[in-house]
Design a binder for this molecule. Structure first.
Ligand code: HEC
Length: 234
């Protein structure tokens, strides 16, 4: 009987330990994917911003903003790679000197060379945000996304499709519905992933959950329907 109790207690302890381990490894692997996603998202957005450099060649202020963004994004790349590889040892090393060469190309305003190195990095660190895709397109999800957008985003990001581009400042808050038409859903996800910043309370981490990002992508890609009572926001 005593033996039975001891075995039983041990069993309870083991189950407890096992559960702790499962929870711990789940949070570790989640942390891994956040670091990897962040790294890959930065690279995808850099690729997009380099493309925009060409698209906005007649708008010097926007170009200046893009160049600053690109330099800012390239600065922490080595650290991001280190963190991502510390969390996931299976992650490969970046091509030799790629980060340094990318940074030099950006400083020298050699954007075609920068684009080459960005592609090299992207081939090693692809952006595959499994937690965001597939996009949830149900009506309920759309209603939640509309409420979220209206409450937290529309104050700065204009909604209506005809709103003019803000081109008199370096880093405007683009119309996200318009952006969704111009970029693929992978780039949109990457821009949401790193474009939304928290405050000092969240250590500037993105306050949106993966589900919320997924819903917003659905909304931005579908566009507002005319019956929607969302305010203009412009
Ligand atoms: C206080 C104003 C403000 C609010 C509120 C705001 N944004 Fe922004 N957002 C900006 C500005 C300004 C930028 C451009 C930053 C830059 O270029 O560095 C930006 C950038 C972004 C980007 C990146 C765009 C790009 O060019 O890569 C995304 C995506 C984005 N915001 C989504 C959102 C979403 C979603 C919300 C609501 C949850 C939101 N923002 C709320 C001002 C705001």
């Amino acid at each position: 009987m005593i033996f039975y109790r001891i075995v039983c207690r041990n069993l309870v302890a083991w189950v407890g330990l096992l559960l702790t381990w499962v929870t711990f490894s789940a949070s570790v692997s989640n942390a891994t994917s956040v670091a990897e996603n962040r790294l890959a998202a930065e690279i995808v957005v850099m690729k997009g911003d380099l493309r925009r450099m060409g698209e906005f060649s007649s708008l010097p202020l926007i170009q200046k903003g893009l160049k600053d963004r690109l330099l800012g994004a390239s600065a922490p790349l080595s650290l991001l790679i280190r963190t991502a590889r510390e969390n996931n040892s299976a992650l490969p090393l970046p091509p030799e000197n790629s980060v340094g060469a990318l940074q030099r190309a950006l400083v020298d305003k050699n954007f075609s060379e920068a684009a080459f190195w960005v592609d090299e990095l992207l081939s090693v660190f692809p952006f595959e945000p499994k937690n965001i895709f597939p996009i949830n397109k149900t009506k309920g999800s759309r209603i939640k996304a509309e409420a979220l957008h209206e409450k937290f985003c529309s104050g700065c990001h204009a909604n209506n499709a005809d709103s003019h581009r803000e081109i008199n400042i370096e880093r405007p808050a683009w119309n996200l519905f318009q952006m969704a038409k111009e970029v693929g859903k992978n780039e949109l996800a990457a821009r949401l992933f790193i474009g939304v910043k928290g405050d000092s309370l969240t250590a500037m981490d993105n306050p949106l959950s993966y589900t919320e990002m997924s819903r917003l992508i659905g909304l931005y890609r579908q566009g507002l329907n005319t019956k929607s009572n969302l305010s203009d926001g412009s």
